[in-house]
Design a protein around this ligand. Structure first.
Ligand SMILES: [Zn+2]
Length: 266
């Protein structure tokens, strides 16, 4: 499931490929991906417009149009974006495409149709309505603010990291990775971590997310390109810990499967 690093990769991809190109058509292959707008309505909102900017908060991507409105994309379990050059083959599961005047297009891809595309008039108001916690990479989120937010949670530290109302953008995969890098057991009670542990968790959170973004998280071959010391590609039966070489284990936490190293995470 796309998490913060994946969505940031898509944001940067849009910035690098799709801004300031006139949209001449919108093709909706499957309208189940649209939320609150019909294919016809989406065409009316986008035709002759251009994408001129972007922002991301947590797992939400907002693409700014030149009339000040926004296209909001949420990727569900398996969605992504891809700019496709003129004449190149369209990717599989391309559900919504923005066709540009130069013959290229932006494909919104969703294999399982669990994300959505919406038009929102005000990005700030939209994000406020979602009741999201701060973005883990936000400038204003320092170690003290991070500690205060998570220490107030009841339940496990893994559940607290994944709670979008507390902190927006971390899901099952990256909460495992951050806890692994910090050497903290996923079942620890959030309220019982020491200041020193919260400090480590904060620094590893930033390092893990920034490293994953730098490596192009979100593209299909990313697990193979993840750093050697990451747990990410080893979260499976028979997987071994990159630090101690011992077997990784799976446990259920809040109905999600957490992978961790019982020897390295206390
Ligand atoms: Zn280990």
């Amino acid at each position: 499931m796309p998490e913060l690093p994946d969505v940031e990769t898509y944001r940067r991809h849009v910035e690098a490929t799709s801004l300031n190109r006139q949209i001449i058509d919108v093709v909706v292959h499957d309208e189940r991906l649209l939320d609150g707008v019909s294919p016809q309505g989406l065409l009316q909102r986008l035709a002759q417009r251009m994408l001129v900017g972007s922002r991301r908060h947590g797992k939400h991507l907002l693409l700014e149009l030149d009339d000040g409105t926004w296209l909001e994309c949420h990727f569900g379990m398996s969605g992504r974006l891809r700019h496709v050059a003129a004449g190149a083959e369209d990717p599989a599961h391309d559900r919504v495409r923005l066709d540009f005047a130069d013959g290229s297009h932006l494909a919104i891809i969703s294999r399982r149709l669990l994300g959505h595309v919406r038009v929102v008039s005000d990005a700030e108001a939209f994000l406020a309505g979602e009741q999201l916690g701060p973005d883990p990479l936000a400038d204003g989120l320092d170690e003290g603010a991070f500690t205060d937010l998570l220490r107030a949670k009841s339940g496990t530290i893994k559940s607290a990291l994944m709670d979008q109302g507390t902190l927006a953008g971390i899901g099952n995969v990256y909460s495992d990775e951050i806890l692994f890098q910090a050497g903290i057991h996923p079942k620890r009670s959030a309220g019982a971590l020491s200041d020193e542990e919260f400090g480590r968790l904060y620094r590893e959170m930033r390092r893990v997310l920034e490293t994953a973004i730098d490596q192009g998280a979100g593209w299909e071959d990313f697990p193979d390109r993840a750093p050697e010391d990451f747990l990410l590609a080893r979260r499976h039966k028979g997987g071994t810990c990159p630090a101690c070489g011992g077997p990784v284990e799976a446990i259920k936490i809040s109905s999600r499967t957490a992978w961790f190293c019982p020897a390295c995470q206390r």
